[in-house]
Write a protein that binds this ligand. Sequence first.
Ligand code: FAD
Ligand code: NDP
Length: 527
Amino acid sequence: MAAAAVAFAASRRSWRRLFRWRAPGSRAPCGLICPTRGLSGGNEYDLLVIGGGSGGLACAKEAAEFGKKVAIMDFVVPSPRGTSWGLGGTCVNVGCIPKKLMHHAALLGGALMDAHHYGWDVAPSAPHNWNQMAKAIQNHIKSLNWGYRVQLQERNVKYFNIQGSFVNDHTVRGFTKAGKETLVTADHIVLATGGRPRYPDDVVGAMEYGITSDDLFWLKASPGKTLVVGASYVSLECAGFLTGLGLSTTVMMRSIPLRGFDQQMALLVADYMESHGTKFLKHCTMKKLEKLENNRLRVTWNNHEAGTEESSVFDTVLWAIGRVPETRRLNLDKVGVKLHPNSQKVLVNASEATSVAHIYAIGDVAEGRLELTPTAIMAGKLLARRLFGQSTELMDYDNVATTVFTPLEYGCVGLSEEEAERRYGKDDIEVYHAYYKPLEFTVAERDSTQCYIKMVCLRERDQRILGLHFIGPHAGEVIQGFALGIKCGATYPQMKKTVGIHPTSAEEVTKLWITKRSALPATVTGC
Ligand code: FAD
Ligand code: NDP
């Protein structure tokens, strides 16, 4: 012990001489805060993660399990409207969690309408209190923020609430909100900085008067009559729950809904929304956004189908036109981390490595990755295991299931019909499908026109399932289990042998037998 202490002191002295070592955090004569360099003269941390969202937290916590010295930086730049939040990233604060809870609030409104059919003496159109809902959800989020801080502390992960940018390839400089500077050095650095909503740069008043999903979930008062611009996940989900909460909601769509998804399914999702109160402005693009004296917003747009210019007044305009990766503030060109020239996302290989050997990127900020929380989390954990454990396991981005939480949910895993045709040819795939009626819809006299299931299989050999698509209640819960089967290479004959659970909507998947090729009517009835 004593010998070790002497050796330690000696090495500290010699490294001090060599590197003019100062205690981390002390001020050097130049006025800079000293880097947190290790006593060995090497880097202070084995791993520094920049970004405390889904991927970054998972990676940091996993690395700490291996006894490594880990630090994480997380800093939220307030939205142009001044909205800010705590530790946990997009999903927890301004994504999956508040979105799913507001979606649930809207579904409860639907349940109220069903309830009187089932004998409950409740008014089907009870008023909704936005402030009360928002407060409850925001309190839950704050408890999650706190939980993450505790988890980091328990694992001895050093948390810096600072915005990081590279000084050199092992050193990251960060600033606290108050402008205090800290330098952190690490052997390995993981970029997990995610992205932020995009604003258009060709619409007058867009940033000044519009909001994004970064603001919506933290509004204290109802957004009122809302125009949602865009037609993908964020747009349709937000428009769906706003409509469900009783607000007049319009989607402005320049092209197709849910690009990248099976288009037959996407159109059914949009059809359901349209027939349940969401208005759609199709083939329209916004031109101008002005604030009126009464604080409402006048929106002017081009209708490309009609060839006209049109306008209307809204209380809120929500931009949901995609996201910009958080790479601009990292000073990446200084260290040679290469970005995709168009997306500005970080180029990575299969092991999440960037163009700089010890710098990695995971989650939304990495080029070509699915922008989903579970993929960011798994990629982060596997990366930590490869870096510090004995693992060589790579993240498998194939057959990742996802769900769009629109009023009628859409869950899917694997290939769309279009993509299966593109890869295998129309003649080599078989599509089994069915329109079905969830049992709960019957007594409530609900419209089930868009409840639809489609399974895309190889036509020959083992008839492997290439893709499964489900529109209906609880689609996320339904598709999750089937995703395991499909990941394991499930085939159509195996699905046919699977005994369903009665009475559920999920059992309809196991009963699919009508092929599209047969042109038989695809409506299933009764038990
Ligand atoms: P993020 O979670 O975005 O975390 C990045 C963190 O890094 C942020 O806290 C950011 O402030 C911080 N940061 C950025 N730059 C710096 C810097 N220089 N220094 C320090 N910190 C920095 N996915 C699903 O799977 N299911 C859903 O239902 C779902 N719903 C969504 C709904 C909405 C409205 C949105 C916008 C997204 C949704 N997503 C959903 C996507 C999901 O939120 C993201 O895929 C996920 O959060 C990505 O995680 P990440 O770790 O890559 O980045
Ligand atoms: P996307 O990039 O998926 O979609 C952007 C949408 O905006 C498209 O409809 C696009 O139309 C439209 N658009 C783009 N630019 C303009 C413009 N200038 N004017 C009008 N419309 C425009 O972005 P999202 O923000 O919806 O989603 C980002 C990611 O977040 C998703 O890919 C998803 O992975 C993740 N997410 C996941 C959820 C879940 O798991 N349930 C929920 C929400 C988000 P066009 O098709 O014509 O380009």
